[in-house]
Design a protein around this ligand. Structure first.
Ligand SMILES: NC(=O)c1ccc[n+]([C@@H]2O[C@H](COP(=O)([O-])OP(=O)(O)OC[C@H]3O[C@@H](n4cnc5c(N)ncnc54)[C@H](O)[C@@H]3O)[C@@H](O)[C@H]2O)c1
Ligand SMILES: [Zn+2]
Length: 359
């Protein structure tokens, strides 16, 4: 097991990563001084596998447990589902000291986190992420949100959990496509911040995909440290944290143009490959490094080429995006593997040429 402390002053908390941690969540809660009630919010898929395990651990630690179930999927990350959860929390007489535990992927974490942030102006919130994406990305950083129609994450709050428990055993039931989805952000973290970790992933990708317990614990904990390091320096996303947008300027546009048929991780993978090319064409990244990145993306089971979409539509989606300032495109790009920089001065016509296939 590894424990990573997220340093955010009074909002600091620990992230535990390891095998078999779910049954022990109750003990962790006790260490934090919580007593009485505990509410688990989980989706139908995750509930089937893991709610009982978590409930048993909490009950043995002396908690009186309530389980609130939500339907799975991004389409349920809405104010409507949040409103239903508020009703249920009030029906079971949740108090201000009652911890809410989000057991599931990023959808459950974002939604339960938003509900915890707003119910009674904030009840304690604990995350038990069960997807690779949630373990390595969405559970770190304190962003919670729901969607409003097609506007993703538009209603939300910065709200830090009291504790994160990432039990890697839960990944065993995760569909392969969801594992690959999470790998996109893992590769991103290595590419922007950590060359040594990038090399590690090159050597160990097969073990990652086979969910080797030691390798997964190492990969997730190292990721957590990378993202946490960025977030601790920039909690409210005003500067440095923008390097986490690597792959997301083109990626998000491609995701929109695909009408969200591409998963976020697939879109980010395509975006990373495209933005590596932009970095290379700007004379920053070497051709060899861009190639290594492309190969790693493909080995993770992700796409590295822009599908046959209308480039004009991609450009349109990109310029509608918030990553545009003063008519120039804002990008996080690579100087080399392991080193990113932020620029708000990339010419749109140049980007269009590069993503149209120009060498
Ligand atoms: N807050 C942030 O900083 C942040 C960062 C990145 C992404 N996100 C959000 O995260 C969400 C995506 O998260 P996700 O990819 O985890 O999706 P998800 O929560 O929808 O989970 C994916 C699917 O896997 C199922 N599932 C989850 N864990 C499982 C397990 N262990 N075994 C079997 N099935 C399991 C879920 O029921 C769901 O069907 C998006 O809404 C995105 O906006 C938030
Ligand atoms: Zn992302």
């Amino acid at each position: 097991m590894q424990k990573v402390k997220i340093e955010l002053g009074v909002n600091s908390y620990d992230i535990y990563v390891g095998s078999g941690l779910l049954p022990l969540a109750g003990l962790r809660l006790k260490e934090l001084g919580f007593i009485g009630r505990a509410v688990i919010i989980t989706d139908t898929n995750v509930k089937k596998h893991y709610a009982g395990i978590m409930e048993d651990g909490l009950t043995s630690a002396g908690y009186d447990v309530e389980i609130l179930e939500i339907p799975p999927g991004e389409q349920n990350k809405t104010l409507k589902t949040a409103a239903r959860l508020y009703d249920e929390l009030s029906r079971i007489n949740t108090e201000r000291i009652t911890p809410v535990l989000a057991l599931g992927g990023g959808v459950t974490g974002d939604l339960a986190g938003f509900v915890a942030a707003t119910y009674m102006r904030g009840v304690p919130y604990i995350q038990a992420p069960t997807t690779l994406l949630a373990m390595t990305d969405s559970s770190i950083g304190g962003k919670t949100a729901v969607d409003l129609g097609r506007l993703k994450n538009i209603i939300g709050a910065f709200y830090q959990p009291k504790l994160v428990v990432a039990d890697i055993n839960t990944l065993k039931t995760l569909p392969a496509a969801e594992l690959a989805n999470g790998m996109a952000e893992v590769i991103k973290h290595a590419a922007i911040m950590d060359k040594e970790f990038f090399v590690y992933l090159e050597s160990n990708m097969d073990k990652v995909l086979a969910l080797d317990a030691d390798v997964m614990e190492y990969v997730i904990a190292r990721n957590v440290r990378i993202k946490a390091g960025v977030v601790s320096k920039d909690e409210k996303e005003t500067g440095l944290r923008e390097i986490l947008n690597y792959g997301h300027t083109v990626g998000h546009a491609v995701e929109v143009v695909s009408n969200f048929k591409l998963k976020h991780g697939q879109a980010v993978a395509i975006g990373m490959a495209a933005e590596a090319k932009i970095s290379r064409r700007l004379g920053m990244l070497s051709a060899k490094d861009a190639d290594r990145l492309g190969k790693l993306i493909i080995r993770a089971g992700l796409p590295a080429r822009i599908p046959d979409f209308d480039v004009k539509k991609i450009m349109q989606a990109m310029t509608h995006d918030k990553k545009v300032r003063h008519g120039r495109l804002n990008f996080a790009l690579l100087k080399s593997l392991g080193e990113a920089f932020i620029t708000n001065d990339v010419d749109a016509a140049f980007v269009e040429e590069v993503i149209s296939g120009g060498e």
